[in-house]
Every structure is written in C-alpha cells, then in structure tokens.
Design a protein around this ligand. Structure first.
Ligand SMILES: N[C@@H](CCC[C@H](N)C(=O)O)C(=O)O
Length: 294
C-alpha cells in the first residue's frame, strides 16, 4: 500500500498562502510530481505549497522538509510554509511537542531555524541571501551585479524592467514599481516566470517602497501562480530594496494576505521573517487519488 493512502494532513495558511503539511516521518516514501499534483487537485488538501516532513538527516535538526508547488515542482525554500510546519511540530496534538519553542528544519536549500514567538506567531531565519546567478553570499560588501536588463512589453500593464535577482534558497526577480496593483499579474506572471533569462524559472515580485520601513508587495509564484503572500518573496523584496538603497534593513512588507516583519540582520547578513500562521482543518488522503496518480 502506498504510504500516502489515508495519511493525515493539516490544511493551514500563512497570511493566506495556502499550505498543506504532510508528515511522512518513519516512511521512505518520496512524494512524486504526479502525487503532489493529485493532492493539489483535491479541494480539502489544495495548496500553493505542500510541506512534506521526512526523518531528520542531520544530527541536531528536527526534520527534513520537501516543498512542492501546485504544479508538482519542488522548491528549496518556503517562508510561510516553514512557519506552518513549525506550528505543527509544536502545537498539533498528534505531531507536536509542546515543550519545544525552537526548531531546526532542513530543506534542499539548507537549514531554516524557527522560533515560536507567540501562540501562532513564528520567526524563521531564512539564511543569507545570494546573488541569483553566481551564488555569492552577501555577507560581505558586494558589487551589485544582480541588475540585468529585462523588458517585457505591455499587454495591458505598464512596462517592467531591470529586476533585482535575489536567491533566498529559491529564485526571485524583484521589480520596483509605483503601484504593484496597476499590473495585470495574472497575464504577465507566467511570461516572466518562464522568461528564458531565468534558467530555473523564477518567482516574480512587484514591489513598491512606500517608506524606508514599508514595502507593498504582490507575488507571482513559480509553480503556483498568484498567492496571497510569499515569505521568501517578502525577504527577497527587502534585500533588493536595501541593495538599491531604497529601504532600511528592517521593514514591514504588506502582501494581499497581510503583513510580514522582515529584517536583513547587519551582523551576519541573515534574513529574519516574522509572521502568523492559521490552522484550518485536518484531512486524510484519499487512496483513490493516489492510485490515479500512479
Ligand atoms: N510561498 C513560499 C515560496 C514558495 C516557493 C516558490 N513557489 C518556488 O518555487 O520557489 C514562501 O512563503 O516563501
């Protein structure tokens, strides 16, 4: 029998970013692209990201987490999803250990330590951002080679150009604009995500710096489309704004689903993301769904 059949899942969200948490610890099963897509098609399990827990592979860590987008592709990082996993691992009656306030979660992109700040409030250390193309850590002063020319003609949106490329464990292209809501993101999102300039596709951010400590952001997510919030996108937007000397190192990032507090810490160049999570319901994976995906 497939390990996914009748497996319990938690439906959650982080500021409206739809997250499903699935605990596969104790099994060797790795969710396939087709299985992820099948789970995403089930209304009660529907997700922007599926966060799958596996047994820890590194001593001192609490779990290894695989992250899937709606289209079945895998991502290296997911800020909102990591907060949801952290909540599940401390507060869920079946999965959680209420004694814990700190967790070390490992993903394909590295370690994401999370700290419980309140009942449903978590801070995740999203690590050191890297230049998208050559993977140089940004802990030291750098030459900003992340600017590149990209001009996408208007469909019925103002022209976008010169994004800032930031890798937060996943690739982001941040475009600074006057008003992110003036763009038809549904139309331009897929064109930009799949633009040949992005070798691994990209998450697309439209950001407006309203004040040195306030950024308004909309995101088209790679493999998922428009979402209500994107944690790594909010981090990328702040890093890009600091690099362009548009904002302070600490700011509130306002997304359609709500606000995240983001800090690009000066001492070690780590990016910290603080925000809430919401538990919605639990469910069990229909074996027929998984059979159809096989
Ligand atoms: N929603 C996430 C980011 C999800 C990953 C992304 N779609 C990708 O493929 O890189 C977040 O909160 O960070």
């Amino acid at each position: 029998m497939n390990a996914l059949a009748n497996r319990r899942f938690l439906k959650m969200n982080g500021l409206g970013n739809q997250i499903t948490v699935l605990d596969l610890r104790g099994t060797k099963h790795v969710v396939s692209e087709a299985e992820a897509r099948a789970i995403a098609s089930e209304p009660r399990a529907r997700f922007d990201q599926l966060m799958v827990l596996h047994d820890a592979v590194t001593p001192g860590t609490d779990a290894f987490v695989r992250i899937y987008n709606t289209d079945g592709s895998e991502a290296g990082a997911c800020g909102n999803g990591t907060r949801c996993v952290a909540w599940a691992m401390v507060a869920d009656p079946q999965m959680g250990d209420a004694a814990k306030t700190r967790l070390a979660l490992q993903t394909k992109a590295g370690l994401l330590p999370a700290v419980r700040e309140g009942e449903t409030l978590f801070t995740v250390d999203m690590g050191v951002p890297r230049l998208a193309w050559d993977q140089i850590p940004l802990a030291e002063p750098f030459e900003d080679t992340s600017r590149f020319e990209l001009q996408i003609g208007p469909i019925d949106s103002p022209v976008l150009h010169t994004p800032c490329a930031v890798n937060m464990g996943n690739p982001h292209a941040v475009f600074f604009v006057e008003d992110p809501y003036a763009y038809n993101l549904e139309q331009i999102g897929p064109l930009l995500e799949n633009h040949p300039i992005f070798p691994d596709r990209a998450n697309i951010e439209l950001a407006a710096v309203k004040a040195p400590d306030h950024i308004v952001l909309r995101v088209w997510e790679r493999g998922a489309g428009i979402t209500q919030a994107c944690g790594s996108g909010a981090c990328a937007a702040l890093v890009a704004a600091v690099r362009r000397e548009l904002s302070a190192r600490k700011a509130t990032v306002s997304l359609p689903g709500g606000d995240l507090a983001i800090e690009w810490r000066e001492s070690d160049a780590h990016v910290l993301m603080t925000g809430p999570v919401e538990f919605e319901w639990e469910g069990w994976i229909d074996p027929a769904l998984i059979e159809r995906a096989a």
